[in-house]
Design a protein. Structure first.
Length: 382
């Protein structure tokens, strides 16, 4: 089957957060929401469910746990029992629940900045302190983990490490050694790890995603892994995610934090998740091919046409982290491109320490949209 990712679908006036927040003359390349229709297998399953006409309370569909468990074993040689899977209404919900599960008076949560903004607020939502360490940006724009700084950021109060893997916004796919080194430090300090791996399926050639929990039984026993079909199959509005918690004691704490705080996954989210994981792989492979070509086009355009701007190497995700510090922009780059180019990007400082002078660009869109946005940015800098 062929897929037409070049087709531009009009999303304005659909109450789209991405498209309807800004004026109609603005091209939005900000929030992590692709402009491609979901796989036909997903929309077909949703139509069948809607056509039934009754949208009452649902339960976890037969086979969903097994499909996810089989997928984890096939992709990562990670074997988990179906009982380890706890479904939640979104990954943000999931790591907030993790904070509540581990919370105790005066406890802290370690995060690595710059990072997905909800990571910065989750500790406070649970009454916990936020402990931070900044990722190290190398001359080529690639970010690495300073292990001494990582360990130094762990205080006596620190109980939980929130890991973003693959990393948003710096687009790193951490290798086995990096994950092992972080995990060893967490074990040494008796930390629980909550790993947001929502972008794990969006990995480009030459890189491989490794779930941190799959490294060893010892690490698995102290890890909450969060996954979702949301980014993979472009269904984030349906809010279905899963927490994988093989350790029974940790799972019990997580489930206790769930009570009274989190809504159930809606019935259409379950339908879409099952269809996506069971039948969406051909679409995903084609989408990855298209995204990789977009990444390469973007990287070349920035190098040739956007003077003073550098893009960090994009190993995974459909998000590019642009360094605008040497572009001669007076003031905030996000505001500059919104006002002068009519292109909406994410503001670097919203990702925490290390984000000043940066913007995040979403290239999960038809090439024509990406090209027009980049041309506008080039004209604004001319």
């Amino acid at each position: 089957m062929t897929y037409d990712f070049d087709r531009v679908v009009e999303r304005r006036h659909t109450d789209s957060l991405k498209w309807d927040v800004f004026n109609e003359d603005v091209l939005p390349l900000w929030v992590a929401d692709m402009d491609f229709p979901a796989p036909e297998a997903v929309t077909r399953a949703l139509h069948e469910r809607i056509d039934h006409g009754i949208l009452g309370y649902g339960r976890i569909p037969a086979g969903l746990r097994e499909v996810i468990a089989e997928r984890l074993e096939r992709l990562y040689s990670w074997r988990v029992g179906p009982e380890a899977l706890i479904f939640t209404a979104g990954v943000v919900n999931g790591f907030n629940q993790a904070c509540h599960a581990i919370a105790e008076p005066g406890a802290g949560v370690l995060v690595q900045t710059p990072v997905y903004p909800p990571f910065l607020t989750a500790p406070g939502n649970a009454g916990m302190a936020r402990d931070e360490m900044e990722l190290t940006r190398q001359p080529d724009g690639c970010y690495v983990i300073d292990l001494d700084a990582f360990e130094a950021a762990i205080r006596d109060r620190t109980r939980l490490f929130l890991l973003c893997s693959p990393h948003n916004p710096v687009s790193r796919v951490f290798d086995r050694r990096e994950l092992e080194q972080m995990a060893e430090i967490c074990l040494r300090h008796n930390l629980v790890i909550c790993s947001d791996e929502i972008h794990c399926d969006l990995i480009f050639d030459g890189y491989q995603h490794i779930p941190i929990a799959a490294l060893s039984p010892e690490i698995e026993a102290r890890t909450i892994t969060l996954l979702a079909p949301s980014k993979t199959f472009n269904i984030p509005g349906l809010h279905c995610s899963v927490a994988i918690i093989p350790d029974a004691g940790l799972r019990k704490r997580y489930q206790a934090a769930h009570k009274g705080l989190a809504s159930h996954v809606n019935v259409l989210g379950f339908v879409a998740a099952l269809a996506a994981y069971r039948d969406g792989q051909p679409w995903l492979e084609a989408c990855l091919h298209y995204l990789q070509a977009n990444r390469d086009y973007l990287t070349g355009f920035v190098r040739q046409r956007l003077p003073g701007i550098a893009v960090s190497p994009v190993e995974g995700t459909y998000l590019a982290w642009l360094n605008c510090r040497n572009a001669g922009i007076a003031g905030n780059p996000q505001k500059f491109f919104l006002e002068k180019a009519k292109v909406a990007l994410n503001d670097g400082p919203s990702f925490g320490r290390g984000g000043e002078g940066f913007v995040r660009l979403n290239f999960g869109c038809p090439r024509a949209v990406l090209t027009e946005a980049l041309e506008r940015m080039a004209r604004a800098l001319a």
